[in-house]
Every structure is written in C-alpha cells, then in structure tokens.
Design a protein around this ligand. Structure first.
Ligand code: 2HA
Ligand code: ZN
Length: 271
C-alpha cells in the first residue's frame, strides 16, 4: 500500500488550501473543497473495505452512492491543512443507500466533513447530471466578490454583465455567466438545494454577502473560474466610485465570444 500523504490528490488539496488562504479568501474556518476521486486510484493508498466511522448525511445522496470524495473538515482552518492533512481532511465514500458518509481516512480528531457538505454533494449531483466529468466543488470567501455583493444588484444577468465588462477574458472563461443567490442561512439543506438548482446552469454560484461556489472537472478549472470572477470584482470595486470613461461594449463582448466560439448567455447582454 502506498503512503497516502504522498498521494497526488492529498498534495493537491494541501497546496490549494494553502494557496487560497494566502490569497486572503479563507479566513478562520472559511471555505471548503470537495473532490470526487477515482476509486481505483484511492485503492492504491487505502483499504477500501475498512470503514473508520459512519457519518449520517441528513439528505438523500443515492445518485452518487459509492462515490469517494476527499473533503475539508468542519471547523477546520485552510491555514492549517498543509501542516496536518490527516486532521484537516477526510476521505469519505457515500454509502450504498445514499444516507451516510463512510470515513476511510482522515478527520483524525473525530471530526467530520465541512458543514457545507450538503451544498457540496447536491452541487456535485447537479453538475454531474449536466457534465459527467465534473469532479470538484469549492466554496470560498473572495474579498472583492464579497465587497461587490454589497454595492451591486444581486441578479444573475446584471451581476454577470458587470463582471463580463471588467476583464476581456471573462465572457470566454464563464460564457454561461454566474448564478446569484440572495443572502441565505448557510450550512443547511435549503441553501444546498438552491445552490444545486443554480448549478444546473452555472459553474459559478455566488452566495449573496457570503461567498462563492465554483465547480469543474479539475481543481484548476474550479479555482480558475473563481479567481477570474474575483479579478473582475476587484476591477469593479477599484473603479465603481470613479467616473467610467471607457468600457467593454456589448458588441465587443459578442465579438470575443464569437471569435473564441463559446456558447454565451445572449440574454445577459443588454439590448
Ligand atoms: O465552512 O465557509 O460557509 C465554513 C464556511 C461556511
Ligand atoms: Zn462560507
């Protein structure tokens, strides 16, 4: 059996959490990441028949029964993941009846998956239904995206349009736009269901005045989406109080989308 601490998926989680912490997005226990792993690959590092603990999910995850996830822990700090991955991360398998998470490794202090695990798993289920290759869901509190939530109308179309205007690459990176939820109580199945509903259409979902969710086939895709949204929000916040002299016009965004051949939300462009 190979050493799990050297597994590429553990190393990638450590690296990503540290990176996001350094960007200032994940203060205290803010943020969480889940990544669906290949069972065969995990089997090189762990005995898949040895379940350490059984943790009730509190909702039905039958659609992903048997799937294995590496996930950050409830109450754990991104700052600490690379120093003690076995305490701060866990590897769980969704039970055959879809009701429980079977702990295969990690959460060594008796911990459990992030309080946002319902939103993560529901998002995985929603994304997998539209993209069978989706594997990563991440949640974080990027500073400028949050700031923008306080001064900008929270609607899918208007928020997307403003982000698209802020960086030339935006309409190409997230042509489907971003979904935006109003402020809601976090850690609940209700916000999980609302997030999953948006995830049918969008890989990026903003939780009003809380943070953002990103989904993708790889860690790079999910992270890259969020960092592009955050960059656009930063430009917005650096310029929102100044007279706008120049902008990227809708016709120019159409030119971009057509040149790069992306299927963009035409209804999110004005007029
Ligand atoms: O897990 O970010 O939304 C900590 C959070 C809750
Ligand atoms: Zn959060």
């Amino acid at each position: 059996m190979k050493n799990i601490l050297n597994a590429p998926f553990v190393e990638e989680m450590m690296h990503t959490a540290a990176n996001m912490y350094r960007l200032g997005w994940d203060e205290r226990n803010g943020g969480n990441i889940s990544w669906m792993l290949d069972a065969q690959q995990v089997g090189e590092y762990l005995d898949l028949n040895q379940v350490l603990r059984v943790l009730p999910l509190g909702f039905d995850a039958k659609a992903i029964a048997g799937k294995i996830f590496i996930v950050t822990g409830s109450g754990k700090y991104f700052k600490n993941v690379d120093r003690d991955p076995e305490l701060n991360l866990g590897i769980v398998r969704i039970s055959e009846n879809g009701q429980d998470a079977e702990l295969l490794w990690g959460f060594s202090d008796g911990g459990r998956p992030t309080s946002e695990f319902p939103a993560h798993l529901m998002s995985h289920m929603a994304r997998l239904a539209v993209d069978p290759e989706n594997r990563v869901v991440m949640h974080t509190h990027p500073t400028y995206t949050l700031a923008m939530n306080y001064v900008h109308e929270l609607s899918d179309s208007k928020f997307t349009h403003s982000l698209w205007q802020m960086c030339t690459e935006c309409i190409v990176v997230f042509p489907e736009g971003v979904g935006v939820l109003p402020w809601m109580l976090c850690g609940t199945n209700t916000i999980g269901e609302a997030t999953a509903e948006k995830m049918k259409e969008f890989r990026v979902v903003i939780w009003g005045m809380h943070g953002v969710y990103g989904a993708g086939k790889t860690m790079d895709e999910a992270f890259g989406l969020i960092e592009t949204v955050e960059k656009a929000a930063q430009i917005y916040m650096l310029t929102a109080h100044l007279p706008r002299v120049n902008t990227i016009r809708d016709e120019e965004m159409i030119e971009l989308a057509e040149f790069f051949g992306v299927n963009y939300r035409k209804d999110f462009l004005l007029g």
